[in-house]
Write a new protein. Structure first.
Length: 441
């Protein structure tokens, strides 16, 4: 009878701390069990203490429990140790909204979400048909496995029209913003590319592609405001490094970035992205504390294959740029949407072996000040300053660490770990007393 009493108490503790158990494949395809608390967390010590208290109570009632009887309870209590991850760590979201779903980055992101069996709300400006790769054409959303078509909810909305956004983020745990502006340009075809297969709408009479302006600033803020109203925990934003188009760039001496060489139009999209970033930071300073954003600035996007986390470098401060595949970027977006580790953080991302400094002189000066040789600054760790450097050695020797070191790089074994190492954004309230005559003229 006493064994039954103790067993019931132990099982009750286990049920209290394990309202439900989900089996998910984590990093390395290892089976993990995630713990979620129904009322309050009950750890091993608490369960053991409760069992011990029950044993004392039974003894007080003149019950006879020997050591063997207590040992029989250990398997029940030790079930708790099956869980390696605690509640509040990386959890698989149940639903994520993706804006810009018909674009290249948006499409790769949706396919990455489906690989993890996450339900998706795909938001596009025009109605799209969900198809496999063999049936890709104009106005389609391509997925690899049509059996997962039921995991996608296709929604037509315009980020520049707030009324179209109402309700589409309900019950979503994260929003990934991949939408981008598109200028009004003449239809031109890259040699070897069939433009009829591109997901763009054309005004054939005027021979121009349909424009889409102010998506990165006004449209982004509209989405963020609706996300806050819908209590969406995380807003993940795809921005851009825009290394040569920084507003008020002190290094250029004129504040116009690359405009001197290439004209203002080439930097206009970057300026809008930067304005959007600034407005998001201000907006979330006033938002409930459990809601957050993550701004991800990829380098030049490529259609290449995944290279994986070991080849990726995060950085903060726009000291370097580089190249990254949309497939790897999509994995980073999904990881950021699945954890709070990236909350209120802004960072650049690229392949570490493609890194190039924005300012070569400043980069080498910083690298030397951090104690690295010129060879290490250019080629990574492990190069002896006295040894002759040959092209054969450079090609055969894999890069170790970072190149053009700034001191703010982040490397890691998984994206969640890397997100956790980043510094949070520092909000600086605008001081109206700092206005100069040039600001208002």
């Amino acid at each position: 009878m006493n064994y039954i009493l103790l067993g019931f108490i132990a099982i009750s503790n286990i049920i209290t701390s394990y309202a439900f158990i989900n089996f998910n494949y984590g990093n390395g395809d290892r089976l993990t069990i995630e713990k979620r608390s129904l009322y309050k967390p009950v750890n091993n010590i608490q369960c053991a203490a409760n069992a011990a208290n029950a044993a004392n109570a039974a003894n007080a009632a003149n019950a006879k429990i020997d050591r063997r009887g207590v040992i029989k309870l250990i398997p029940l209590i030790s079930i708790i140790s099956l869980s390696k991850k605690s509640y509040g760590a990386t959890l698989k979201p149940q639903k994520i909204v993706v804006f810009g779903a018909s674009g290249y980055t948006g499409g790769d992101t949706i396919r990455a979400l489906l690989e993890k069996n996450i339900s998706v709300v795909a938001v596009t400006r025009r109605k799209v048909e969900i198809v496999d790769r063999e049936h890709a054409k104009l106005n389609t959303l391509v997925i690899d496995d049509l059996d997962k078509k039921g995991s996608i909810t296709s929604v037509v909305a315009d980020v520049l029209s707030p009324n179209t956004l109402v309700g589409i983020m309900k019950d979503a745990e994260a929003v990934i913003f991949c939408a981008a502006s598109r200028p009004k340009v003449k239809i031109t075809a890259t040699p070897g590319v069939d433009i009829s297969k591109k997901t763009m709408k054309y005004d054939t009479a005027a021979n121009v592609a349909e424009p889409s302006d102010n998506v990165e600033d006004i449209g982004l803020v509209n989405v963020a405001e609706e996300a806050i109203r819908s209590n969406v925990k995380r807003l993940i934003i795809v921005s851009s490094i825009c290394a040569k188009c920084q507003k008020n760039d002190e290094t250029s001496g004129n504040g116009y970035g690359e405009a001197i060489d290439r004209g203002f139009a080439s930097c206009d999209a970057c300026y809008k992205k930067q304005t959007g970033e600034e407005r998001i930071r201000i907006l979330y300073e006033k938002a409930p504390k459990h809601l957050s954003y993550t701004i991800i600035r990829p380098g030049m996007l490529s259609p290449g294959e995944r290279r994986g986390v070991s080849e990726i470098e995060f950085n903060q401060g726009i000291s370097k740029s580089g190249i990254i595949s949309r497939l790897d970027l999509a994995d980073i977006l999904v990881s950021a949407a699945s954890t709070d580790k990236g909350a209120k953080k802004t960072f650049e991302v690229y392949y570490k072996d493609t890194a190039q400094p924005v300012d070569m002189y400043k980069s080498l000066k910083t690298c030397k000040e951090l104690g690295h040789s010129i060879k290490e600054c250019f080629f990574g760790e492990g190069y002896n300053e006295t040894e002759p450097l040959t092209m054969e050695r450079i090609m055969k020797m894999p890069q170790t660490g970072s190149i053009f070191i700034s001191g703010t790089e982040v490397l890691g074994n998984n994206y969640t770990e890397m997100l956790g190492k980043l510094q949070k954004d520092v909000y600086v309230p605008y001081d109206i007393n700092a206005l100069s005559s040039n600001d208002i003229m």
